[in-house]
Write a protein that binds this ligand. Structure first.
Ligand code: URA
Length: 239
C-alpha cells in the first residue's frame, strides 16, 4: 500500500496533508526517512514511525461497547449523542458503525466495527444469530408466557415472531427474565411482551452469537475484541 494512503486511512490527515508530513521528514519506514508519497509499504512486515512513534495499521476495527441508556445506536444525529461520539478519536478515524440497533433506553452489548461483511453476516435474518437479553418486566411472567414465546407470538402489526427462548429468573409483581431471540425486528423484545399484555421496564443485551457482554466494562466503556473473539464471530455458524 502507498505510504500516503496508509497514513491518510488511519487519520493522519488528507492525502495532501500527509504529503506535507512526509516532506518534513517525520516519517520513517524501517528506520529510513521516507519523503516520497508514492512509496509502497508492506504493513505486515515493515515498521512505520511518525516522529519516532510506531504507527499501527489495521484495516478493520472491532469494538465491544457496554451501551448506556440515553445514547443512540447510530453514527450521527443532530440532537442526540451517539455511540460513535463515545469513541476515542483514534477509533473514530476507522469510521466504524454499530452492528444493528439497541433502543435509546436499552443497555448492554453493542458491537461496533467497520467490517461491513462481518456486520452483514451477523445481522442477516437468514443466519438466525441468537441475541440474549436480560429484562425486568412490570408484571408476573408465567409458564404460559414461556410456552407462548416458544411457539412465537403475534406482534402489534400482525407479524408472527420466530420462537423465543424465555427463562424466568425471578417471578413476582415484577419479574426478571432472560430471552433469546434470533431476529431483530424493531423493538422486538418490548413488543413480544406487549403481545402477552406486559411491559419491559428495563432491557439489557447480554450476548450476541458467541460473544457475552464483558461485565468488566462500565456503562459507556468499550474495548477492542481480541483476535480470538473476532475469529469466533467470523466462524460462527448457528446449529
Ligand atoms: N428489543 C427491543 O425491544 N429493544 C432493543 O433495544 C433490542 C431488542
Amino acid at each position: 500500500m502507498r505510504i500516503d494512503k496508509m497514513l491518510a486511512n488511519i487519520g493522519y490527515g488528507s492525502r495532501k496533508e500527509v504529503k506535507q508530513l512526509l516532506k518534513s521528514g517525520a516519517v520513517k519506514v524501517d528506520d529510513v526517512v521516507v519523503k516520497d508519497a508514492k512509496q509502497h509499504v508492506d504493513t505486515a512486515k515493515q515498521t512505520v514511525t511518525l516522529n519516532g512513534e510506531v504507527v499501527e495499521y489495521k484495516e478493520f476495527i472491532y469494538l465491544m461497547m457496554n451501551k448506556p441508556q440515553g445514547v443512540l445506536s447510530a453514527t450521527e444525529d443532530n440532537s442526540c449523542e451517539t455511540v460513535i461520539d463515545l469513541l476515542e478519536m483514534e477509533d473514530q478515524v476507522y469510521e466504524p458503525f454499530p452492528v444493528g440497533r439497541l433502543d435509546k433506553d436499552t443497555e448492554g452489548l453493542l458491537l461496533i466495527t467497520n467490517d461491513g461483511q462481518l456486520a452483514h453476516r451477523l445481522l442477516s435474518p437468514k443466519k438466525h444469530v441468537p441475541k440474549t437479553y436480560f429484562a425486568v418486566i412490570d408484571r408476573e411472567v408465567t409458564e404460559a408466557d414461556v410456552a407462548a414465546f416458544s411457539r412465537g407470538v403475534t406482534l402489534d402489526d400482525g407479524y408472527e415472531t420466530k420462537p423465543g427462548d424465555l427463562k424466568i429468573l425471578k417471578s413476582g409483581v415484577r419479574s426478571d427474565i432472560e430471552l433469546t431471540i434470533t431476529e431483530g425486528k424493531f423493538h422486538q423484545v418490548k413488543r413480544m411482551f406487549e403481545a402477552v399484555g406486559k411491559s419491559v421496564v428495563y432491557l439489557q443485551r447480554i450476548s450476541m452469537g458467541p460473544l457475552p457482554l464483558d461485565e468488566t466494562l462500565e456503562l459507556g466503556e468499550y474495548r477492542e475484541l481480541t483476535d480470538e473473539e473476532v475469529e469466533l464471530l467470523r466462524n460462527y455458524q448457528v446449529k
